[in-house]
Design a binder for this molecule. Structure first.
Ligand SMILES: [Zn+2]
Ligand SMILES: [Zn+2]
Length: 102
Protein backbone atom coordinates (compact mmCIF):
# COMPACT_ATOMS: atom_id res chain seq x y z
CA UNK A 1 0.00 0.00 0.00
CA UNK A 2 1.38 3.39 -0.99
CA UNK A 3 0.89 6.16 1.55
CA UNK A 4 2.40 9.58 1.99
CA UNK A 5 4.24 10.32 5.22
CA UNK A 6 1.88 11.17 8.05
CA UNK A 7 2.30 14.73 9.26
CA UNK A 8 0.52 16.50 12.10
CA UNK A 9 -2.60 18.57 11.44
CA UNK A 10 -0.87 21.84 12.26
CA UNK A 11 2.04 21.17 9.92
CA UNK A 12 -0.38 20.01 7.24
CA UNK A 13 -2.33 23.28 7.45
CA UNK A 14 0.89 25.33 7.31
CA UNK A 15 2.03 23.52 4.17
CA UNK A 16 -1.39 23.80 2.50
CA UNK A 17 -1.75 27.49 3.31
CA UNK A 18 1.69 28.16 1.77
CA UNK A 19 0.61 26.19 -1.31
CA UNK A 20 -2.76 28.03 -1.52
CA UNK A 21 -4.39 24.57 -1.17
CA UNK A 22 -3.40 23.38 -4.64
CA UNK A 23 -1.00 20.67 -5.81
CA UNK A 24 2.51 22.08 -6.24
CA UNK A 25 3.80 19.33 -8.52
CA UNK A 26 5.84 20.80 -11.37
CA UNK A 27 6.31 17.59 -13.31
CA UNK A 28 7.96 15.29 -10.74
CA UNK A 29 5.08 12.85 -11.29
CA UNK A 30 6.01 12.48 -14.95
CA UNK A 31 3.22 14.68 -16.33
CA UNK A 32 4.28 18.04 -17.78
CA UNK A 33 1.01 19.68 -16.59
CA UNK A 34 1.02 21.81 -19.73
CA UNK A 35 -2.65 22.74 -19.50
CA UNK A 36 -2.08 24.41 -16.15
CA UNK A 37 1.17 26.17 -17.03
CA UNK A 38 3.60 23.52 -15.79
CA UNK A 39 2.21 23.17 -12.27
CA UNK A 40 -0.54 20.69 -11.45
CA UNK A 41 -2.70 23.06 -9.33
CA UNK A 42 -5.26 20.36 -8.55
CA UNK A 43 -7.30 21.63 -5.59
CA UNK A 44 -7.98 19.93 -2.27
CA UNK A 45 -11.38 18.24 -2.52
CA UNK A 46 -13.25 15.78 -0.35
CA UNK A 47 -12.69 13.11 -3.00
CA UNK A 48 -8.99 13.90 -3.55
CA UNK A 49 -7.40 15.23 -0.39
CA UNK A 50 -4.02 16.86 -0.90
CA UNK A 51 -1.03 15.23 0.76
CA UNK A 52 1.75 17.13 2.56
CA UNK A 53 4.97 15.39 1.59
CA UNK A 54 8.63 16.24 0.93
CA UNK A 55 9.47 17.93 -2.38
CA UNK A 56 11.54 14.84 -3.12
CA UNK A 57 10.44 11.54 -1.63
CA UNK A 58 12.71 10.85 1.34
CA UNK A 59 13.43 7.62 3.16
CA UNK A 60 10.59 7.32 5.67
CA UNK A 61 12.91 7.89 8.64
CA UNK A 62 13.88 11.35 7.32
CA UNK A 63 10.38 12.22 6.14
CA UNK A 64 9.14 12.05 9.73
CA UNK A 65 11.44 14.89 10.72
CA UNK A 66 10.69 17.11 7.69
CA UNK A 67 9.73 20.70 8.46
CA UNK A 68 7.09 22.86 6.75
CA UNK A 69 9.56 24.46 4.35
CA UNK A 70 10.69 21.01 3.15
CA UNK A 71 7.14 19.88 2.46
CA UNK A 72 4.97 20.48 -0.58
CA UNK A 73 1.30 20.00 -1.31
CA UNK A 74 0.62 17.07 -3.65
CA UNK A 75 -2.62 15.80 -5.09
CA UNK A 76 -3.02 12.04 -4.62
CA UNK A 77 -2.34 11.26 -8.29
CA UNK A 78 0.92 13.23 -8.47
CA UNK A 79 2.13 11.93 -5.11
CA UNK A 80 1.45 8.32 -6.08
CA UNK A 81 3.36 8.64 -9.35
CA UNK A 82 6.24 10.59 -7.80
CA UNK A 83 6.62 8.21 -4.86
CA UNK A 84 6.47 5.09 -7.00
CA UNK A 85 9.05 6.35 -9.50
CA UNK A 86 11.37 7.30 -6.61
CA UNK A 87 10.91 3.83 -5.11
CA UNK A 88 11.71 2.27 -8.48
CA UNK A 89 14.86 4.42 -8.77
CA UNK A 90 15.95 3.38 -5.27
CA UNK A 91 15.33 -0.29 -6.06
CA UNK A 92 17.36 0.10 -9.25
CA UNK A 93 20.22 1.77 -7.33
CA UNK A 94 20.22 -1.07 -4.78
CA UNK A 95 20.37 -3.66 -7.54
CA UNK A 96 23.27 -1.85 -9.21
CA UNK A 97 25.21 -1.70 -5.92
CA UNK A 98 24.68 -5.39 -5.22
CA UNK A 99 25.73 -6.39 -8.70
CA UNK A 100 28.94 -4.38 -8.50
CA UNK A 101 30.00 -6.44 -5.46
CA UNK A 102 30.41 -9.55 -7.57
ZN1 LIG B 1 -1.06 17.10 -8.83
ZN1 LIG C 1 2.12 16.11 -11.21
Amino acid sequence: MMRGPIVGAELFTTVMAAAAWVCQCTGQCGSAHRRTGGTCQAPDTSRARLVAAPARPLPEREAFTATADQLRAWCPACWRHTASSAAAARAQATTDTQESLF
